[in-house]
Write a protein of this length. Structure first.
Length: 255
């Protein structure tokens, strides 16, 4: 039976009771922390026999996670010899390219240009590089303090600019695209696919060069009806994402 914790004191007791159970640390954004729906971490918790400590927070950007108190907290957990986490599930980068952060990546749409012309390439390259450096910092912390801990990351999926928010937050995409004159759903979706593919390409490249870094290619998993809002899957959608991640997670835990 899996055990899911959001407080380390409770996890400590679970470790003492069953020290042989695999330990997983989860850090990241709302795909791991969203309330009211069964998010990715809670889905994985239901599928396997692990002890899971989840410190993810709604709205977190990967750049902010790797620059402040959360970075220190992550470092402390990884270097603590009591925990000995075997895997770190990490969800980050999506919030770095939506909301107000999306606007600088886009150019104004005119009658003469295509959706591809609306992407500010120089700024996008710089943004993806910033995200990549945050992941490199994460890898450095792992290498320095818990080199046997595998990092498992995912690539989100292709969101749809519906203008639907969540519990008073958002929307995070449609208004900002319309602000740049990008009103066609086809153009919006093409841009979103391009951004997600660029992000996933960066993660795949890292996975190919850094041992113990596993990228799960999740784009293309969800059907349109499996999005609960612009950024988050429904409970069933989260389950489908978790079903993609779990085999890779089990593989590194058994290694």
């Amino acid at each position: 039976m899996a055990m899911f914790f959001e407080e380390s004191d409770e996890l400590t007791q679970a470790i003492l009771q069953d020290p042989g159970k695999p330990l997983i640390l989860c850090e990241g954004d709302s795909w791991f922390a969203l309330p009211m729906r069964i998010n990715v971490v809670r889905q994985i918790d239901r599928m396997g026999d692990y002890n899971i400590l989840n410190v993810a927070t709604n709205g977190d950007e990967v750049i902010s996670i790797m620059s402040g108190r959360e970075k220190k907290k992550l470092r402390n957990f990884l270097r603590d010899d009591f925990y000995r986490f075997k895997a770190l599930l990490f969800s980050g980068g999506g919030n770095d390219i939506v909301g107000e952060d999306l606007v600088p990546l886009l150019k104004d749409k005119t009658a003469a240009n295509t959706w591809r012309d609306c992407i500010h390439d120089e700024r996008l390259v710089r943004r993806v590089e910033q995200i990549r450096h945050a992941y490199l910092d994460l890898l450095d912390i792992r290498d320095d303090h818990r080199p046997a801990c595998s990092i498992v990351v995912h690539g989100y999926d292709y969101p749809i600019a519906t203008g639907v928010g969540y519990l008073g937050a958002g929307p995070w995409i449609k208004p900002y695209m319309e602000q740049k004159g990008i009103a066609s759903p086809d153009d919006q979706n093409a841009i979103l696919k391009f951004l997600i593919d660029r992000f996933n390409g960066m993660l795949a490249e890292l996975a190919g060069t850094r041992p113990g870094f596993v990228h799960v290619a999740t784009p293309g998993t969800l059907q349109p009806g499996e999005w609960g809002d612009e950024l988050h899957p429904t409970t069933q959608g989260f389950r489908k994402i978790a079903e993609k991640i779990k085999p890779e997670l089990d593989r590194v835990l058994q290694g």
